[in-house]
Design a protein around this ligand. Structure first.
Ligand code: ZN
Length: 391
């Protein structure tokens, strides 16, 4: 036991003192496990609530999907932004805000209240760190799809009061105040050319409340409008690099640099099509040309990406914008195809192993996994305090 402790200490010292990317080292599974579990890992986007809302029990291991409590523990996940996702169909039924409340409840009641020894609702960066010290998983709420607030700042404020700490301004659909990247080529959709004046008001109110503005899913024009309007750093909660997989859902190098300059973070999406061009090209959802060629009902097999593809996206952000600009936003249970080796939430230690093998130090991995997002949260909280005190 003592010998193991000493060897772990030596390992940690070596990692702390290492100078940037260097030689890969071999590691025993237990030392990797201990190193991984000591890191505060925040996943900025997980769609499990779309299952708990239908009655799935997060505490029971399940054969399908990517997330359950046993696998979160196995994967050493310490904090998760659970997605209060509102499908666009609820807009037509005039039930978008109704659905938003149901989704928030699917997080608060079905995840946090049901398993109080494992989850705790987190509202601030401090809450996340406290949960980590107490060995609990911090559950956070992120709204996905700005149509959920039904064009009402009052509903936005109610969602904040219920715990929502970011809002993805659009989903794949353009709403009444922000263009999405998902329907730009649809001539039946009325586009605004980015954010409308009310959209700008939404961003300003989010700044005042202390809710992070999330630019995943928005059009490029909306992205640039948000960067101009927001007083606080913004995030892309689940997007990857367009330079590697050229899809509208990913960010260009120029966008990543601008996001970083504002103090923001791009949280890498693990979905196969997000990280691999070959996967994106084979998917009718991401490749409109292919969609037109297919006969109705035809569903081509999408080749799976690999763990190494995810590492390549992390390294791309580090290269173009610095290590301060990158985070993790897996989109587990929101994407159908996950990379080989990063199949579900239990596989995060394999990502740690891959980053160590690429020469990243423990403190650098800690920054990627949680430090950067905590910094954004603190900055957003500080801006809100400032704006609310009228300065
Ligand atoms: Zn999404």
């Amino acid at each position: 036991m003592r010998a193991r402790w000493i060897s772990l200490t030596i390992l940690l010292l070596t990692l702390q003192c290492g100078e940037g990317p260097s030689q890969p080292r071999s590691r025993t599974p237990s030392s990797l496990e201990e190193l991984h579990s000591s890191l505060l890992l925040i996943d900025a986007h997980n769609d499990l609530p779309s299952y708990t809302v239908r009655g799935v029990d997060v505490g029971k291991p399940r054969n399908e999907g990517h997330t359950d409590l046993p696998r979160l523990r196995q994967g050493g996940v310490d904090a998760v932004f659970f997605s209060a996702y509102v499908a666009r169909g609820y807009v037509g039924k005039n039930q978008a805000a109704h659905r938003l409340l149901e989704m928030i409840d699917a997080i608060r009641t079905d995840i946090v209240e049901r398993y109080p020894n494992d989850f705790v609702l987190a509202l601030t960066a401090d809450d996340i760190q406290r949960a980590h010290r107490e060995g609990k998983i911090a559950a956070l709420i992120g709204i996905e799809g700005g149509h959920a607030i039904e064009d009402s700042l009052r509903i936005l404020r109610c969602a904040y009061a219920l715990g929502a700490r970011y809002m993805t301004l659009t989903h794949a659909n353009t709403n009444n105040w922000a263009d999405s990247s998902g329907d730009l080529d649809d001539p039946t959709v009325k586009h605004h050319g980015g954010l409308t004046p009310f959209g700008e008001e939404v961003v300003r109110e989010m700044n005042r409340l202390g809710m992070i503005v999330d630019v995943s899913h928005v059009s490029d024009q909306t992205f640039w409008d948000v960067l101009r309007v927001s007083r606080a750093p913004v995030i892309a909660s689940h997007s990857s690099c367009r330079a590697i997989s050229h899809i509208a859902r990913n960010l260009s190098d120029e966008m990543i640099r601008a996001l970083a300059q504002k103090g923001g973070v791009i949280c890498i999406n693990f979905g196969c099509e997000f990280v691999s061009q070959a996967s994106a090209d084979a998917s009718p959802y991401f490749n409109p040309k292919l969609a037109k060629q297919l006969r109705p009902g035809e569903r081509p097999q999408v080749p799976r990406a690999r763990l190494e593809d995810v590492v390549a996206h992390i390294e791309r952000v580090v290269k173009v914008a610095g290590i301060e600009a990158v985070g993790i936003g897996s989109d587990f249970d929101g994407v159908e195809c996950t990379p080989i080796g990063l199949d579900d939430v239990s596989k995060f230690p394999a990502l740690t192993e891959a980053l160590l093998a690429r020469g990243y130090r423990r403190d650098q991995i800690a920054q990627i996994y949680g430090g950067n997002l905590l910094r954004v949260m603190r900055a957003v909280e500080a801006v809100a305090r400032q704006l609310r005190s009228g300065r």
